[in-house]
Design a protein around this ligand. Structure first.
Ligand SMILES: Cc1cc2nc3c(=O)[nH]c(=O)nc-3n(C[C@H](O)[C@H](O)[C@H](O)COP(=O)(O)OP(=O)(O)OC[C@H]3O[C@@H](n4cnc5c(N)ncnc54)[C@H](O)[C@@H]3O)c2cc1C
Length: 270
């Protein structure tokens, strides 16, 4: 084959590649567009379920990582680093060719025109068209009408919540170590947890472990106290006898005190 023929061959080959790309682009563009807001458990599971569906998927999240919320309490008690429970959404979905991930905050939905409004790269309310919209934005914590509690009692929904709790807890231990008055140790190392559900109980246990094993703060063992407080005593979801047993045993554990020693009926057990 002469040089001229070879050039023609290359030229037509390139044209073929371009035509193929253009066709697949047009086919892709013609596919229904599914927009998923939220890259939490719900958003990720939905995106994965659409792996082989003939659709284009866009996952939008205001942070670029998926957060494993059940282990937030371990970040709050310095057992795990933030990076241990957060993974980039792009990485998690990297093998899925029909997915695009965008870090942006969705500020509204224009359902009539099938568009979501997005704060994207500093540009507010940018419209993004969808054929199907899935809102998987999770839940926010509530102070049940007492928002004035917020500055003193952060929630535990995000990494920054957990990091701020961790900073407060570690600072309390540091301050207690240099504080000479035993009465102040008690104040500094009394952590009150409102809510005796799984997170409250796990957090109480982790604080006790932090005190007992991780931080060897030289304090009298009976001084610091962590208490998981529930309006009705210890976890109301526990059976009555287990609730009583928990309350009876908790005071014996150094560094830990059950919810004021009250059982699920609110009676004092110690
Ligand atoms: C401390 C804690 C412990 C838990 N422990 C357990 C457990 O042990 N077992 C269990 O089964 N469940 C547990 N859960 C509950 C579980 O984590 C949640 O049920 C689950 O995370 C809910 O998933 P989701 O996808 O609905 O929301 P999320 O996981 O909260 O995800 C929502 C996503 O939407 C994004 N988002 C929200 N609003 C916008 C917006 N406007 N624009 C863009 N993005 C937005 C957020 O950034 C987030 O990434 C726990 C929860 C917490 C907080």
């Amino acid at each position: 084959m002469g040089t001229g023929e070879a050039n023609y061959f290359r030229y037509y080959k390139r044209l073929g590649v371009i035509a193929k790309l253009a066709t697949s682009y047009m086919v892709e563009k013609a596919l229904p567009h599914v927009v998923i807001v939220g890259g939490g458990f719900g958003g990720l599971a939905t995106a994965r379920a659409l792996c082989h569906a003939p659709v284009r998927v866009t996952v939008i999240d205001r942070s670029n990582h998926h957060l494993f919320q059940p282990l937030l309490y371990q970040v709050a008690t310095a057992t795990l680093a933030p990076g241990d429970i957060a993974a980039p959404i792009r990485h998690l979905l990297r093998r899925q060719r029909n997915v695009t991930v965008a870090m942006a905050e969705v500020t509204g939905v224009d359902a009539a025109n099938r568009r979501v409004l997005v704060n994207y790269l500093g540009r507010p309310d940018m419209p993004l068209a969808y054929d199907y919209l899935i809102l998987a934005t999770g839940a926010a914590h509530s102070y049940f009408g007492h928002n004035e509690f917020a500055p003193f009692a952060p929630g535990m929904k995000s990494l920054s919540d957990a990091e701020s709790v961790r900073a407060k807890v570690l600072k309390a231990f540091e301050t207690a170590e240099i504080e000479e008055g035993p009465a102040k140790h008690h104040d500094l190392l009394t952590f009150v947890l409102v809510g005796g559900g799984p997170t409250g109980v796990e957090m109480a246990g982790a604080l006790a472990e932090l005190r007992r094993y991780t931080l060897q703060v030289r304090l009298p063992p009976h001084q610091p106290a962590t208490g998981a407080h529930h309006p009705g005593g210890s976890p109301t979801t526990y059976p009555h006898d287990l609730s009583r047993k928990t309350c009876a045993q908790s005071p014996g554990a150094p560094g830990t005190r059950g919810g004021g020693g009250a059982d699920r009926t609110g009676r004092e057990s110690n």
